[in-house]
Write a protein that binds this ligand. Structure first.
Ligand code: FAD
Length: 478
């Protein structure tokens, strides 16, 4: 008897059934050859560890895969969630499924070097048996390499990239794929593979049902985005979308966000400073950093974009690094921010900029230490955005803050947490300080139970300027 053709969908950073091109295309193909769709997820904890992936992010993935299994079951699409080891194990897992009658593999493309190598190995294995692989370029709204200068070069500066990106959006629009059609019940006997394990439940505060996440995004675009420009910089306020964790693992696509934004706030998008336009800019930053990563793979090896800055001799004091990680630097805004990260797995964007700047330009620690620490804690850890953010703050990246622009953590605190409410939330020992004192609680003496400042900002600033000047003055004139 002939086997039913199996269209295998390998899910990775696209853990959703709405707007999932791989899943949708496989379902369409299965309708044509009376085949079935089998979805696959392979957990790779060893590779995750090598990538410093935070436990909370690992847990979010595991919980989301479990939820997606139930959601796909409603469409009669089985999702096989397998516990693998590292990326190398993916070839073996997929090879074991081929005898089921796999006729094609469908997956969303990924850009990092190891992921690329993994996919190459899988494609080669399938090629041996003349099984085609279809890769879909859907991680960005505009695929990498599609937004180029008139000379066909990659943009290294955000503003012209954004301008061209917007032209493309106006010209081509944004396409989202509907959920796949229900398939007829399938009894598929899968080989004996180790089922994916449950996580540690550390992400329990983050809902994982797809419709709930879509609803959050819809409500943000309908009711909150208009205040984004004014609210987004204040960590005490819930002024941003908090969707990054979902975008990072693909419960949501950026295309869905753009389409919904156009639908709910289309008129606002015509004004450059409106909340909708500013929010769209953030989604464009997301694309920008991924495009840069694809064009400059050396970034994946943690090299600085501005190569001369790799010659900076960072003092890298372990004691200062530990104080930063624990939120014990004596700078309340920095300490409260680091505690937010350690306690919740998420940190507000303004605080990511302040803490990153502080680590590099006040504590003189190599930005790569901070990049790695963030990755090991963030629920939304995303290589391109994290690397881009760190290199921006450290003045080593593309279109980065100039090196002589050094955030003063106390003035940043006064400006963006004026009432001290955010600081009080994470540093209860400063609760009794007035709104004025709380930003610098060291006068006349350090508040009881709080930490003395580990460095003096103005002195630290001078050393930063010297460290950068030393390598900048060595730059070759050509
Ligand atoms: C040092 C540093 C490290 C960072 N690390 C990460 C990271 O690992 N993962 C991550 O998703 N973002 C990272 N960011 C960017 C930004 O801080 C977060 O995306 C944002 O705080 C997430 O909150 P939100 O979903 O409420 O964002 P919103 O303000 O609602 O923005 C909407 C979406 O746009 C994207 N976005 C927003 N700002 C940026 C940006 N500057 N660069 C790229 N994409 C952006 C995110 O996907 C975000 O969910 C980092 C920024 C800095 C300065």
């Amino acid at each position: 008897m002939e086997k039913t053709p199996v269209h295998l969908v390998w899910l990775r950073h696209d853990l959703r059934y709405h707007d999932n091109q791989a899943l949708y295309t496989a379902r369409e193909a299965a309708q044509l050859d009376n085949g079935i769709v089998l979805a696959l997820y392979i957990a790779t904890p060893l590779s995750w560890q090598q990538h410093d992936m935070a436990m909370i992010r690992q847990d979010l993935i595991r919980r989301r895969v479990a939820a997606l299994t139930a959601e796909l079951a409603e469409l009669k699409i089985p999702l096989l969630a397998v516990e693998g080891m590292d990326y190398d194990s993916c070839v073996a897992v997929i090879a074991q499924l081929l005898p089921l009658g796999v006729v094609a593999l469908y997956a969303q493309q990924e850009y990092e070097v190891r992921e690329h190598a993994r996919d190459h190995a899988v494609a080669a294995k399938l090629h041996e048996q003349q099984i085609p692989c279809y890769w879909f370029d859907r991680l960005c709204v505009m695929p990498p390499g599609s937004v180029l200068t008139q000379q066909g070069d990659i943009y290294k500066v955000f503003t012209p990239f954004k301008r061209n990106w917007l032209v493309k959006l106006a010209t081509f629009g944004v396409k989202c794929f509907p959920k796949p059609a229900v398939q007829s019940a399938t009894a598929i006997v899968v080989p004996n593979l180790t089922p994916m394990q449950a996580g540690d439940n550390s992400s329990a505060g983050w809902p994982v049902a797809e419709l709930e996440v879509l609803n959050r995004m819809r409500i943000f675009c309908q009711q909150r985005v208009q205040d984004y420009t004014t609210a987004r910089d204040f960590p005490a306020i819930d002024g941003t979308s908090s969707l990054s964790a979902y975008l990072a693992i693909g419960v949501l696509s950026a295309q869905q966000c753009v389409a919904r934004l156009q639908h709910e706030a289309g008129q606002q998008l015509e004004q450059e400073k409106s909340g909708a336009s500013v929010w769209l800019s953030e989604l464009i930053w997301r694309d920008f950093y991924k495009h840069i990563l694809v064009a400059f793979p050396r970034l994946i090896k943690h090299q600085a974009f501005q190569t001369e800055t790799d010659r900076i001799n960072w003092p890298n004091d372990n004691r200062l690094f530990a104080a930063w990680c624990r939120g014990e630097t004596g700078y309340p805004i920095v300490d409260a921010a680091m505690r937010q990260l350690n306690e919740t797995g998420w940190m507000h964007n303004r605080l990511r900029m302040i803490t990153a700047s502080f680590l590099v330009k006040d504590l003189h620690i190599d930005w790569r230490w901070g990049e790695r620490y963030f990755m090991s804690k963030l629920i939304d850890g995303d290589f391109a955005a994290n690397n881009g953010g760190w290199q921006w703050a450290a003045s080593t990246g593309t279109d980065a803050a100039p090196y002589f622009r050094i955030f003063n953590p106390v003035t940043q605190s006064e400006r963006f947490d004026p009432s001290g409410d955010f600081i009080r939330r994470y540093l209860p020992m400063l609760a009794s300080k007035t709104n004025k004192e709380i930003h610098w609680p060291h006068k006349p003496v350090t508040a009881k139970g709080y930490f003395r400042p580990v460095v003096e900002h103005n002195e630290a600033r001078k050393l930063t300027l010297a460290l950068f000047s030393a390598v900048k003055s060595q730059e070759s004139p050509c």
